[in-house]
Write a protein that binds this ligand. Sequence first.
Ligand SMILES: [Zn+2]
Ligand SMILES: [Zn+2]
Length: 348
Amino acid sequence: MNVLAYTYVNKGDLRLLDKPKPMLQAPTDAIVRVTLGSICTSDLHIKHGLVPRAVPGITLGHEMVGVVEQVGQAVTKVRPGDRVTVNVETFCGECFFCKHGWVNNCTDPDGGWALGCRIDGGQAEFVRVPRADQGLNKIPDAVSDEQALLVGDVLATGFWAAKISEIKQEDSVLIIGAGPTGICTLQCVRLYGPRTILVCDKDEARLAFVREHYPEVIAVRPEQVQRAVKTHCPNGGADAVLEVAGTEDTFRMAWQLARPNAIVTVVALYDGPQVLPLPDMYGKNLTFKTGGVDGCNCDETLALIARGKLDTRALITHRYPLSRIEEAYRLFENRKDGVIKVAICPDA
Ligand SMILES: [Zn+2]
Ligand SMILES: [Zn+2]
């Protein structure tokens, strides 16, 4: 049986192809029928050849929800018929790194970001999920597919970034970047109840989105951010800076706007190396923490969604059937029509 799968053929060349339906390959695998997928900025990085480990020929997509269709005999946590989120990361749960919660560095051959990068992903009708007991999380009945869509990737990233930034209630927190991951980060930072949150982005539409949905947040453009930090952060800079933008100036902005002894969490995936000017920052005594996400808190984020503490539905601005995914990519890549996230649903 053949199924539709959006495929990274080669640099700059993505195509919707007919491919054999994924099958179980190991007893720890599950096959999931994808009920909703999405497009991530990382997919565009693959398209443009910026992810060297991406394997030509793989099916793209690493952010999806679905229904378990089939499980290998070693899978115990999920059963056929369960509604699940699929984790962007594959991890074994047993190695040194997994035991510390550092699942991004799992030593399993498929460990880390494999789905839609090194093995076939979920911009397709079906996806094979290795290590399914770790890679799948059951969606509570009260949570819809759209509510759960971002759990496995951008919301996991936001949750992880907020968690490692050690945010306290008296803190002023600066988030650089108000794209999908930036806004997920913002939602998760709000869980810690810091005194002040500032968000910086150069895109006026994104700032307007922040002001509309989170009126207590101070949303500013890059040319305003220095003054805003001066006004709202009493100790000469932000207590925590989360850099989620990854553009040319934002790494410099992150460390410059941090107060001495702050934590600077770098979530962004840059196109190139960044300069760490140690002589200039000498004496500032910063702590840097860097990505990628250790995405092993999905049960917790799903519970927070069920309780109304996290809600990413407003980020899904467009919906396309899989057969029209090329249009969806064009829209997403060119940032047309106020797009934030695109949901890809199966064809009727
Ligand atoms: Zn992603
Ligand atoms: Zn592991």
